[in-house]
Structures are given as structure tokens and as C-alpha cells.
Design a protein around this ligand. Structure first.
Ligand code: AMP
Ligand code: ZN
Ligand code: FE
Ligand code: FE
Length: 287
């Protein structure tokens, strides 16, 4: 069985629509898929509908931006298996998206100060706007040769167009997902900002466990095999469910395939069963 619990559509910063994404997953032989757009769940109903037609199991998903200590600590929290119509979740995500829009306006103003003028109209509108949209606009304007070039020269932390993420505290992200009946997992833990603080990954994860974290993303194309091993050990130590996915974005990351990542990703039925069991436990505990 091929599963993928981390994917993005053009509701956030991927290039395929939710329908195209699920159809593409079908062609790749993916049987269970979570659509996990950044700070937006509006693609979930259509993904489910298309999935029903193709016999693909669709799990509701979201990747919530977390930012703490003025951006010194930043991470992505993946929610899986929640009610996508839950009012508090829908409302909070819409407020995060408004902050994303303000952040992108600030990025455009900083880029202008650095000598690169991008008209606001050059950004494709979508649910959750972010750096990949600015990167595409930089390429379209001829200021950069590729998305990668745009990140390296302008959009990474420390570069002239960088503005810290528009996220919520980790506690809020975890509570919102759980209140909507889902489980909260730390996405690609080693890629979080602030994990290199004293104590490293272990201390970082331990704090989130105290806030109620349910799981860790163990399999991700950005993880080295030594990191995956360490994450599996941490998951066992803290009784966390282990998840994984490709973080597919379509042509934003052209080397990543659904269900396969860069080729070595293997997320199968045992992972799916463990995730479902944890979602059921959450639902029974009623918080
Ligand atoms: P944002 O949430 O606006 O900060 O944008 C973060 C997103 O940008 C990530 O989810 C990735 O999809 C994308 N991203 C980050 N770094 C790079 C990079 N070096 N090249 C391409 N995409 C990137
Ligand atoms: Zn993204
Ligand atoms: Fe992420
Ligand atoms: Fe992602």
C-alpha cells in the first residue's frame, strides 16, 4: 500500500488543484492521501469527492504555521483526521491567512527597498499566500532564474525579502486541531527554526509533547536516514505516532513525486493503521 500524509495543492503553494492532485495520486498508485495545505482546509471537500470516485482514501489535513519568540522558533504542525468544518479551526485559519497577506505585502516592500519592484497584481491569488508565490513572481519578472534562485537570493532567512512566518503559538495549533477531532504532528522536525538550541531536537519535541503533541513526521524527503532513525527513537520514547509524506508541491519542487518523494519514501499500511488508531483514541478521549 502506498500512502502519502503530506501534500500541497494550489489552495496554498502547490501548483496542482485539489482535483488534479488526487487524480495524479491515482495515477501514481497512491491509495491513501492527506491533503495538507498551509493554513487552509478548503481543498479537503473536493479532494474527498474526487477520491471517492477513484477509490482513494482521503484524510483531512492541514499544515499550520507556528511562530514563537518573534520567529526565533518556527515550525509546521500537521493536523490529520479532523472535521474540516469545525468553526474555531476554520475561523483561526482565516485569521492566519490574513496575516500571511500582510506578510507578503511587507515582503514586496522589502524587495522594493532592495531594488526589485514587483506589483502586487503579479502574485497569483490563492487561499494561503506565501514565499513560493513571491518566488514565482520573481521568476516571472525576470529577476530570478528559478524558484530555488529566488529563495537563495531573496527569500531565505537572512536575505533581503525575508519576513518571519505569520504563525500562531504551538499550543494554539495543537489545540485547534484536537478540538476539531484530529491529531497534531510535528512536520519535518529537523527543518524547524530553533531546533539547534541547547538540547536540540529532543528538548524541542519534549516541550511539544507537554502541549499535547500526538505525532512526529518521521519520513520526509528532507530528512537524512540518520535523522529518520533518531525521530523513530524519539517517537517511541514519547509515545508519539509516526507519520510521513512527500511534501509534494507540484512544480515548486519538481524532483518530488507523490507517494515516493525523491524515490526512497515508503509510507505503508502500518503507518496508516497507527494514524487511524490515534485519531480514534483522540475522538474517544473527547478533547
Ligand atoms: P512560507 O510558509 O510562506 O514561509 O513558505 C514556506 C514554503 O516555501 C515551504 O512550505 C516550501 O514549500 C517552500 N520553500 C521553502 N524553502 C524553499 C526552497 N529553498 N525552494 C523551494 N521552495 C521552498
Ligand atoms: Zn509549502
Ligand atoms: Fe512544511
Ligand atoms: Fe508542507
Amino acid at each position: 500500500m502506498i500512502c502519502d500524509f503530506h501534500t500541497h495543492s494550489n489552495v496554498s503553494d502547490g501548483s496542482l488543484s485539489p482535483r488534479e492532485l488526487v487524480e495524479s495520486a491515482g495515477r501514481e498508485g497512491v491509495q491513501v492521501l492527506a491533503l495538507t495545505d498551509h493554513d487552509d482546509v478548503s481543498g479537503v471537500p473536493i479532494a474527498r469527492e474526487v477520491g471517492r470516485g477513484l477509490g482513494i482514501e482521503i484524510l483531512s489535513g492541514v499544515e499550520i504555521s507556528v511562530s514563537e519568540d518573534d520567529g526565533a522558533r518556527q515550525m509546521h504542525v500537521l493536523g490529520l483526521g479532523f472535521d474540516p468544518d469545525h468553526p474555531a479551526l476554520v475561523d483561526s485559519l482565516s485569521r492566519i491567512r490574513m496575516r500571511r497577506e500582510a506578510r507578503v505585502r511587507e515582503m514586496l516592500s522589502r524587495l522594493a527597498d532592495a531594488g526589485v519592484e514587483l506589483p502586487a497584481e503579479s502574485l497569483e491569488t490563492c487561499g494561503a499566500v506565501g514565499r513560493p508565490h513571491v518566488a514565482r513572481a520573481l521568476v516571472a519578472a525576470g529577476a530570478c532564474t528559478s524558484i530555488q534562485d529566488a529563495f537563495v537570493r531573496y527569500l531565505r532567512r537572512g536575505r533581503p525579502g525575508y519576513v518571519p512566518s505569520a504563525g500562531v503559538p504551538a499550543r494554539t495549533a495543537i489545540e485547534l486541531i484536537q478540538a476539531a477531532g484530529g491529531i497534531a504532528c510535528l512536520a519535518h522536525p529537523p527543518l524547524s527554526a530553533g531546533v539547534d538550541q541547547p538540547g536540540g531536537l529532543e528538548t524541542f519535541v519534549e516541550r511539544l509533547v507537554r502541549l499535547g503533541l500526538d505525532g512526529l513526521e518521521v519520513w520526509h524527503p528532507g530528512h537524512r536516514s540518520s535523522q529518520t532513525k533518531k525521530l523513530r527513537r524519539l517517537a517511541r520514547q514519547f509515545d508519539l505516532v509516526q507519520t510521513g509524506g512527500s511534501d509534494f508541491h507540484g512544480d515548486v519542487k519538481p524532483d518530488i513525486r507523490l507517494g515516493r518523494g525523491r524515490g526512497g519514501l515508503k509510507v505503508g499500511s502500518a503507518v496508516y493503521r497507527a494514524i487511524c488508531a490515534r485519531i480514534r483514541t483522540r475522538a474517544q478521549s473527547g478533547d
